[in-house]
Design a protein around this ligand. Structure first.
Ligand code: UGA
Length: 434
């Protein structure tokens, strides 16, 4: 089959699935998106975009004739031999990934009819190393041995997912050297990225190890920032000096109030847990997780240092999403910070330009929501920049200072211009910044 005309199925239309579906449709493929959420499918059919992801709406709209959304597996199975799986694998209480949605897909696949061409499950969901082998064993038990399996982990970032699909750094394909790996490689060929062909377990491990390494980089620079604070160095200068070493690189050396999102916290814990389950104690990851938890709370220490007791103090949170350009609140540092501040007796006000709806469902009771960046500052003793949305970077700090009753601004992302704040009469506190 010519790769340009290869129809594909995408099971799960969350961030990863929907971007994958849109991306392949843009490359000219007929795409069958399948989701058990009938309401979401109805919205997608009406041309609505159920998530906030820059550029995604445009790609979906301009490729509508190639995109089909349904709650049924049937059309995907009938039309496509490659079925991408992009269902959620959230953490469980034990730290292991919850694979129930993946297993539900495996169980829902029908017995292949006699003489039918083979299908392949192409796993995009982040799963523990060993999942592919277990699924193939299950296929064999169920007499679905004609299903092939490919691990094709996804590396896209929320907020830049469409561009990441179009320009991946690499595509990793793990399979058993059959037709399916070649077919997936042919799909990605037009993107021009290096394609890493390997075995299934190694492909699964590339994904977990990549996220764990990036998380380690962040926790590392956060600790350097904390030491810089104690010793009078500036972490921005340090990161710049380090990042020019090609072996280190400049990326993911931005200190802040900890990493969040649906991936890093979950995947670091899952890898640590996976290692533990096989008898290996992954000490480094234990520290990465602990540093990240402490980092979310360090802001409270800074507020104490300036304000003393926080009882009855009003604190504004500028931004709530786990990072800019997304409405995703999963594992957002703002959740921990708000809960800590409330526990200290502070009055917490919050504003996010995009994530308010998601945030209202998750934020602890008692948080007051405001309608704009200036409104949230009304009468507050201190403000904390939690998410570096462009709107906050361009804030009129003179107007902000007039709204605040105190003067303290804690820049939890080292993204503001300290001089602009000082000129407005505000006191600036960054993370490891001089
Ligand atoms: C991350 C990876 O970057 C993607 O490659 C991967 O595909 C994805 O997880 C996943 O596994 O699905 P994402 O969670 O969208 O992507 O967000 P990132 O941009 O990586 O940021 C994660 C967190 O780290 C954010 O809270 C961000 O604020 C924080 N961060 C990032 C820092 O604190 N410092 C940095 O230097 C970079």
């Amino acid at each position: 089959m010519s790769p340009e005309r290869e129809p594909i199925g995408v099971i799960g239309t969350g961030y990863v699935g929907l971007v994958t579906a849109a991306g392949f449709a843009e490359l000219g493929h007929e795409v069958h998106g399948v989701d058990i959420d009938a309401d979401k499918v109805a919205r997608l059919r009406r041309g609505e975009v159920p998530i906030y992801e820059p550029g995604l709406g445009e790609v979906l709209a301009s490729n509508r004739e190639r995109l089909n959304f349904t709650t049924e597996l049937g059309p995907a199975l009938e039309r496509a031999r490659l079925l991408f799986v992009a269902v959620g694998t959230p953490p469980t209480y034990s730290g292991d990934a919850d694979l129930s949605a993946v297993h539900a897909v495996v169980e829902a696949l029908p017995q292949p009819s006699a003489g039918s061409d083979g299908h392949a499950l192409v796993m995009k969901s982040t799963v523990p190393c060993g999942t592919g082998t277990a699924i193939m064993r299950r296929f064999a038990e169920q007499g679905k041995g004609s299903f092939a399996y490919v691990s094709c982990p996804e590396f896209l970032k929320e907020g830049a997912a469409v561009e990441d699909f179009r320009h991946p750094n690499r595509v990793v394909i793990g399979d058993e050297a059959g037709w399916a790996g070649d077919a997936v490689a042919a799909l990605y060929e037009p993107l021009g990225a290096p394609i890493v062909r390997t075995d299934i377990a190694s492909a699964e491990m590339v994904k977990l190890a990549s996220n764990a390494f990036l998380s380690t980089k962040i926790s590392f620079i956060n600790e350097i920032a904390n030491v810089c604070e104690a010793l009078g160095a500036d972490v921005g200068e340090v990161a710049r000096g380090m990042g020019l070493d090609e072996r280190i690189g400049p990326h993911f050396l931005r200190p802040g109030i900890g990493f969040g999102g649906s991936c890093f916290p979950k995947d670091v814990t899952a890898l640590k847990q996976l290692a533990g389950n096989s008898g290996y104690h992954f000490q480094l990851l234990t520290a990465v997780i602990e540093v990240n938890e402490l980092q979310k709370r360090r802001v409270v220490g800074k507020l104490h240092r300036h304000l003393g007791s926080l009882v009855g103090r009003r604190v504004a949170l500028l931004g709530l999403a786990f990072k800019p350009n997304t409405d995703d609140m999963r594992e957002a540092s703002s959740l921990v910070l708000a809960a800590r501040l409330l526990a200290e007796g502070a009055l917490v006000r919050a504003y996010d330009p995009v994530a308010e709806e998601q945030a209202r469902a998750l934020m602890p009771a008692g948080v007051e929501f405001a309608d704009s960046a200036l409104d949230v500052l009304d009468g507050v003793d201190a403000a904390v920049l939690v998410t570096e949305w462009p709107e906050f970077l361009a804030l009129d700090w003179d107007a902000a200072a007039e709204r605040m009753s105190g003067t303290l601004v804690v820049d939890g992302r080292n993204a503001l211009d300290p001089e602009a704040l000082r000129r407005a009469g505000l006191s600036y506190e960054g993370i490891g910044r001089r």
